[in-house]
Design a protein around this ligand. Structure first.
Ligand code: NDP
Ligand code: HSE
Length: 405
């Protein structure tokens, strides 16, 4: 029998216990051994919970128990979670986590520590909730040179954007609903300002390059400046607005960024709505493949954590390879990356916009709206766009949006 400890009995942690108990037969069969949750570490007691008798408050108990071979870290953050993960790995206990903040900040170090102590640090649930994406990148696409990854990697923001787009819902109301459903981070700023998606694309970029992509260096913009009027223009153009996380091989460097994008109706990510996430991967041999599923929420995320638990159970005393070195990957500044842009101007700025952006500019008008007009630029660099857009100071309305090809 393999004993397990779950650190943090919140949304994901309680889901992990539920998945292990509800799918016991299947989980045990696939693990090749019986698994049992022996400890649940949390700050609170849960006297009315069916597993309340397993709750402890002292991590030392778990660390000292040689029967505990696998620890699920579902606490979040980079404080105690980092300390406990290091201690567990140093004691030869494998750790499975949904904590992308910790994986993005200390991934290579924790992987090296696991290797040193003949155990594993697995993090399938850290990107895309329940979607299998870490394992495909680590095991299945190993013959590929990955050229690009484009993902909708945050369930909360995709839920908000979809509700605003299709139901005209109010931003604050939908954010509250996402929090109530357990999708949002403890501080939802991490979701809506793009930091969560940034951590996730940092993890995927690191697996793509085999080097460490530092999330603090990734250009990141959230959804807080997207306005209801932007959705009207998007609809008029047959487009949708999505928070995309992008990583591309750019002549030996990596271009990584997070930003809201306008995407065409025929883009593969266009139909990804609500809490669903998707990761679109381009390999140099396979071509395109896409991974789709629920990007947040208790049971989908817990299912991914438990898939790692099973992998650890199958590999007790053996290290599962993961190519993620501590060497820093070189990032390309987004200034020279090229794309089209959408922006809105007041009527008095229309002529100036045409002059600044030249003949290739396309006009977008909303029926019945006379005081402003939208424009789509030709393909240009970020730097050139910023320069011309800045010259429209005082004549623009709202923000600007990027277009994904
Ligand atoms: P919750 O806040 O619901 O759960 C975290 C739990 O850990 C809480 O019960 C908390 O207790 C407990 N905890 C915090 N610090 C300690 C500590 N020092 N010792 C013991 N217990 C502690 O968060 P989630 O379950 O939503 O998220 C957990 C992790 O999973 C995060 O890293 C998150 O980013 C990630 N994740 C979440 C997903 C989701 O859909 N919710 C999906 C994918 C990943 P208390 O509440 O008393 O502070
Ligand atoms: N807050 C995250 C999201 C949880 O909404 O995607 C899943 O990582």
């Amino acid at each position: 029998m393999i004993k397990i400890a779950v650190l943090g009995y919140g949304t994901v942690g309680s889901g992990v216990v539920e998945v292990i108990e509800k799918n016991k037969d299947m989980v045990n069969k696939k693990s090749g051994e019986e698994l049992e949750v022996k400890y649940i570490l949390d700050l609170l007691d849960f006297p009315d919970d069916p597993y309340g008798d397993r709750v402890v408050h002292d991590f030392g108990l778990i660390l000292a128990d040689d029967d505990v071979k696998i620890v699920c870290e579902t606490m979040g953050g980079v404080g105690k979670a980092y300390e406990f993960t290091r201690a567990a790995l140093s004691a030869g206990k494998s750790v499975c986590t949904s904590n992308k903040e910790l994986v993005a900040a200390h991934g290579p170090e924790l992987l090296a520590l696991a290797k040193e102590h003949n155990c594993n640090y697995l993090f399938e649930a850290s990107v895309g909730g329940g979607i299998p994406i870490i394992r495909p990148l680590n095991y299945s696409l190993t013959a590929e040179r990955i050229e690009a990854i484009t993902g909708i990697l945050n369930g909360t923001t995709n839920y908000i954007l979809s509700k605003m787009e299709y139901e005209g819902a109010d931003y604050d109301d939908v954010l509250k609903a996402a929090q109530d459903k357990g999708y949002a981070e403890r501080n939802p700023e991490a979701d809506v300002e793009g930091h969560d998606a940034c951590r996730k694309i940092a993890i995927l970029s690191s697996l793509m390059t085999g080097k460490n992509v530092d999330c603090r260096k990734i250009y990141t913009e959230g959804i807080t400046k997207v306005e209801p009027r932007d959705f009207e223009y998007a609809k008029q153009m047959g487009m949708s607005i999505k928070l995309l996380a992008i990583s591309k091989d750019a002549e030996g460097k990596t271009l990584a960024m997070v930003s809201p994008f306008l995407i065409d109706g025929d883009h593969p990510l266009h139909m990804v709505n609500g809490v669903f996430n998707a990761v679109f991967v381009r390999g140099n041999m396979l071509g395109d493949s896409m991974y789709y599923g629920r990007g947040a929420g208790k049971l989908p995320t817990a299912s991914a954590v438990v898939s790692d638990v099973i992998d650890c159970a199958r590999h007790i005393g053996k290290v599962i390879m993961c190519f993620w070195d501590s060497e820093e990957a070189e990032l390309l500044s987004i200034d020279q990356s090229q794309r089209r842009f959408f922006f809105r101007v007041k009527t008095e700025g229309e002529d100036k916009a045409r002059t600044l952006f030249g003949e290739g500019i396309q006009e977008v008008r909303l029926p019945g709206v006379t005081k402003e007009c939208g424009f789509i630029t030709p393909v240009m660099t970020e730097a050139a766009f910023a320069d011309s857009y800045g010259k429209l100071d005082g004549m623009t309305v709202g923000g600007r949006l990027r277009l994904e090809a």
